[in-house]
Design a protein around this ligand. Structure first.
Ligand code: ADP
Ligand code: ADP
Length: 235
């Protein structure tokens, strides 16, 4: 079944320099629990697509449907991770991971009564990404790669149905990046979650995704899609 359905979407930013659309007649459907990767040149509209799918921008034309409902407000069932992990420096790693729960109902009210349960969940996620027992450290005590692992935990703590990854491995050295690919692959195998990954790196897309979508710039739209065939490059 389809989980994300973007139909004939055109979006023009209010402050677009030449009034040109950032994406135009964009179509994308992603299946439930699928791992989709979007590749394309800088400026082709990948971030715009992410914002549209999570309700951080609304399209001028077309429809965006997530989980069977038209997106009319920020999609709280989405988890997000970006190139920069941006953890709050005055909070421990564990308290950074719990942060989304303080924002999203019904977790907010549950968190007060059942904090231990959520802490256990966060610790379980930390172990899954290779950070067992590191939750008490502050983010500035962690390397870049470790912070990015923690930011994946933060994106998953509220058990999102949709995980949006905007170049989350882009700032890491090659070795750390490939380690995190394996972490990401294991997370997807362990959770029921639909993932959309935006990346410049075709090798990364082929390693992780079930399906790769290619975007063109001007107009920004999906111009090709390809199921990743087995055996994958990693096997
Ligand atoms: P990508 O993520 O693929 O680099 P973006 O979605 O960021 O592409 O940008 C697509 C196009 O929209 C670019 O031409 C960019 O300059 C423009 N754009 C992005 N964000 C804004 C904004 N907030 N205001 C005006 N134009 C924007
Ligand atoms: P990265 O390439 O991800 O920035 P670094 O080169 O900074 O990683 O660190 C390499 C390894 O050293 C890390 O995997 C981590 O185990 C350890 N490390 C780095 N910085 C710290 C720190 N501030 N506290 C604890 N361990 C660290």
């Amino acid at each position: 079944t389809t989980f994300v359905d973007i139909q004939d979407v055109t979006h023009v930013y209010a402050r677009a320099e030449d009034g040109a659309p950032a994406v135009q007649n964009l179509n994308l459907t992603v299946r439930e629990d699928e791992f989709a990767a979007i590749v394309g040149p800088s400026g082709c509209g990948k971030s715009t697509l992410m914002k549209l799918a999570t309700g951080l921008q609304f399209p001028r034309e077309g429809t965006v449907i997530v989980g069977g409902r038209e997106v009319g407000a920020p999609v709280k069932l989405a988890g997000m991770a970006f190139q920069n992990p941006t953890m709050l420096p005055w909070r421990t790693t564990l308290d950074n991971i719990l942060l989304p729960l303080e924002i999203v109902e019904p977790h907010r009210s549950r968190l007060r009564k059942h904090k231990a349960e959520y802490v256990a969940k966060a610790e379980c996620l930390l172990a899954q990404v290779g950070l067992k027992g590191q939750g008490h450290k502050f983010p500035w005590q962690l390397s870049g790669g470790m912070q990015q692992r923690a930011s994946l935990c933060r994106a998953l703590i509220h058990e999102p149905k949709l995980l949006m990854l905007d170049e989350p491995f882009g700032a890491l050295d090659t070795f750390t990046r490939e380690e995190l690919w394996c972490v990401m692959r294991d997370l997807h195998a362990a959770q029921k979650v639909t993932i959309i990954l935006v990346t410049h790196d075709l090798r990364e897309a082929a390693f992780l995704a079930d399906r790769i979508f290619c975007m063109s710039a001007r107009p920004g739209r999906i111009v090709a899609e390809r199921e990743v065939e087995f055996p994958r490059p990693r096997d």
